[in-house]
Design a protein around this ligand. Structure first.
Ligand SMILES: Cc1cc2nc3c(=O)[nH]c(=O)nc-3n(C[C@H](O)[C@H](O)[C@H](O)COP(=O)(O)OP(=O)(O)OC[C@H]3O[C@@H](n4cnc5c(N)ncnc54)[C@H](O)[C@@H]3O)c2cc1C
Length: 661
């Protein structure tokens, strides 16, 4: 995705070359934002009236330099109760490059503490949504990169206030179309407000036609007028999403904010991320884990890599991975402020180990901006790695390796999360009060009850009858830990070829990892150590030699299971009642175009987050976040089409639609 072309005028103002217009006035940009958008939407009083844990969703057209966002954030911090949260959603077709954003925002020293956090995670690289966690999770930013008119319909959820910004209707007529106003109306409720700097006729008419009231107010500075108003006529729901995926976004328990609680079963990356995302929304979480500590299975390797296998074709999987990757980086950086050893943002190299991979890498480099990934020569990669490499390839400067187990522990360290170890879920039963869980804890059986239960047990999730239709599969993998040498300590960045080698930490490198589709044994095998070393020998011979070659000192290893789905997308969301679904949607067997009239019946309060395959570090955080948003009835951090691709019901739909007998 191309960055905005900018020029800086004699006053230091950023000017868009494409729209021949300034982004803001250097003398009074902040005052203008406050007058038009903040006060025009009555944000100070609405923020201060928020309930504990309530989330306010503010959406904007035209992110530009992010000035409106930072002003809204500052206002929120000043006015809103401490536990309230702001979800800021903004569209942008021509995102500024990071350096330009940094330079533009440096004009506002009073916003420096906010802009520093924004620029630290801002990597505008992928079309669609990019979600960021800021201010310890209190502020969420979803940047919708691309054309506003095509992105807004894909927004899942409702907005409380709109900031209608962007270049003026005269300079940017493409955006100010009836489609913009009708999309806004569909994503609004009857108290949703908007404010805009322009009182142009086309805007007023469009808003009125879409169901908004229009009031004129005095404009800022030399501008005579501005307008604001609210939705007064809710349009008919014209959603085009398949009905069988609908009905998932709803506040699930119906209890007030103070008493929301849930049980999460499974203390790996999926469980801990979901727990944290809900805890930050004020939920009291009991996190059950069968072992005596968190992250003892797949999430327990000493070093896990932020590894993204992308496609230039923008497949749903690739879009999801890119978004998950960026979200994980913003989240990890937030945690690393308290715990710097949680991850090392030391970059990741993917070697072009054959012509096919090289072609894909070159396509990716054409598709993504350089600060996201770049295709580099052998010499350039060798310099970044600190050890000579034999191949060209792509370099991800913002990636790195994570200590997954400590990440899990950091996530679970929250006043609202109670970790219960040695608690193995045996069965789950639904009754009128919610769910009864039977647990085996050490040597006794006990029960627990909860209205909301989230299963994050990886493959073991499907042992529970309501989840048995989800086709989760285990793939065994083993990593090898190798003692570092003087030479191998020079490795500065993770190098991935067939396997991967991570930089040394406390005298140990992790190299990995094997793939075994047949075995269900978690025993650490000598032959798998050999295979891990042999992958280094083939793809990165100098790293292999630096590790000691055939004499490498193996310190140990771990074998565990990647839990995957047939389409490699995780299974995340609410669980339908399978029997009812198969009856109510029986026509799917004959005709996918059949007009159904009712959304599915859900097993109220039951959710899953599993199937993270070999990249849980980049999918589990975003999935935890989107599940929490879904359970809270908030706008989703991902587009509605991606939600459908993650929806566990897809497996029932596919199985039924294939059976066209
Ligand atoms: C060898 C290997 C290398 C990998 N390398 C990487 C990498 O470099 N980068 C990356 O992003 N990903 C990597 N992965 C994948 C990543 O580890 C997983 O995607 C991720 O850990 C999945 O997290 P999870 O929470 O879904 O599963 P898990 O971590 O397996 O967690 C599930 C938890 O549920 C618990 N549980 C199960 N049943 C019950 C029950 N009945 N009651 C209570 N608790 C229960 C388990 O004990 C476990 O703690 C790797 C995986 C393997 C195997």
């Amino acid at each position: 995705m191309a960055h905005a072309d900018l020029e800086w005028n004699e006053n230091g103002q950023p000017v868009s070359t494409a729209f021949d217009d300034i982004y803001f006035s250097t003398t009074c940009g902040i005052e203008e934002t406050r007058h038009v958008f903040i006060n025009g939407n009555r944000l100070p009083e609405r923020f201060s009236a928020l309930n504990q844990n309530e989330c306010f969703t503010l959406a904007e057209t035209g992110f530009g330099t992010g000035l409106n966002f930072l002003c809204a954030w500052a206002c929120f911090e000043k006015e809103a109760p401490e536990s309230a949260r702001l979800h800021y959603i903004s569209t942008e077709k021509h995102p500024l490059a990071r350096e330009d954003l940094q330079q533009a925002l440096s004009i506002w020293p009073e916003l420096a503490s906010y802009s520093k956090q924004l620029t630290a995670c801002y990597i505008p690289a992928v079309e669609g949504h990019q979600h960021f966690s800021l201010d310890g999770g209190r502020i969420k930013l979803t940047l919708c990169m691309g054309d506003t008119l095509s992105l807004l319909p894909d927004l899942e959820g409702q907005v409380d206030a709109w900031i209608l910004d962007g270049f003026s209707p005269a300079k940017n007529p493409e955006m100010w179309q009836p489609g913009l106003f009708s999309a806004m109306a569909r994503k609004s409720h009857l108290n949703t407000t908007y404010a805009t700097f322009t009182a142009a006729r086309i805007v007023r008419d469009g808003l009125i036609q879409a169901g908004f009231s229009v009031e004129k107010g005095s404009g800022f500075g030399l501008k005579r007028e501005m307008i604001n108003g609210k939705l007064i006529h809710k349009p008919d729901d014209q959603t085009i999403r398949p009905l069988w995926y609908q009905g998932t976004t709803q506040p699930s328990s119906g209890m007030d904010e103070k008493t929301r609680s849930a049980i999460i079963v499974g203390g790996g990356l999926a469980g801990c991320n979901t727990a944290r995302a809900l805890a930050e929304r004020g939920w009291k979480i009991t996190l059950l884990e069968q072992h005596n500590a968190l992250a003892m299975e797949a999430s327990g390797n000493p070093q896990g890599i932020l590894y993204t296998k992308l496609s230039a074709n923008q497949t749903p999987l690739s879009r999801f991975i890119a978004q998950g990757y960026l979200y994980s980086i913003s989240l990890l950086n937030t945690y690393a402020r308290q715990q710097p050893d949680l991850w090392q943002q030391s970059g990741v190299i993917q070697l072009a180990i054959n012509e096919k991979v090289r072609t894909r890498h070159l396509e990716l480099a054409r598709h993504f901006p350089e600060d996201f990934l770049s295709f580099l020569s052998r010499e350039e990669l060798s310099e970044r790695a600190g050890i000579p490499l034999e191949h060209e390839g792509i370099y991800f400067p913002h990636a790195g390796w994570v200590d997954p187990a400590n990440f899990c522990k950091a996530l679970a360290k929250h006043d609202n999360i109670n970790v219960v170890a040695n608690a193995r879920l045996q069965s789950l039963k639904k009754d009128e009060n919610g769910w009864t869980l039977t647990l085996q804890s050490e040597d006794n059986i006990q029960t627990m009850q909860s209205r909301d239960v989230i299963i994050t047990c990886a493959k073991a999730s499907t042992q529970l009858p309501p989840l048995s239709y989800i086709p989760l599969k285990n793939i065994r993998g083993q990593i090898t830990e190798i003692s570092s040498t003087d030479k191998s300590s020079l490795l500065k960045t993770t190098v991935c070829g067939k396997g991967y080698a991570a930089p040394a930490i406390k005298g140990r490198h992790t190299i990995g990892a094997t793939f075994d589709f047949q075995s269900d044994s978690a025993e650490v095998l000598e032959k798998d150590h050999e295979q891990n070393l042999s992958m280094q020998e083939t793809c990165a011979p100098e790293i292999y030699k630096a590790l000691g070659g055939a004499q490498a000192h193996i310190l140990g290893g771990r074998a565990s299971f990647r839990c995957t789905t047939p389409d490699y997308m995780p299974a995340v969301g609410a669980i339908v009642d399978q029997a009812c679904f198969q009856e109510d949607f029986a026509m799917l067997r004959k005709n996918m175009k059949h007009r159904f009239t009712q959304p599915p019946k859900y097993l109220k309060g039951l959710y899953i987050n599993a199937g993270h395959g070999s990249r849980g570090l980049i999918t589990a955080p975003l999935c935890g976040e989107l599940l929490a948003a879904q359970m809270n009835g908030e706008c989703s951090p991902v587009t509605s089409d991606l939600l459908d691709h993650l929806n566990p019901t897809r497996f029932l739909v596919r199985a039924m639609s294939r059976n066209k007998t």
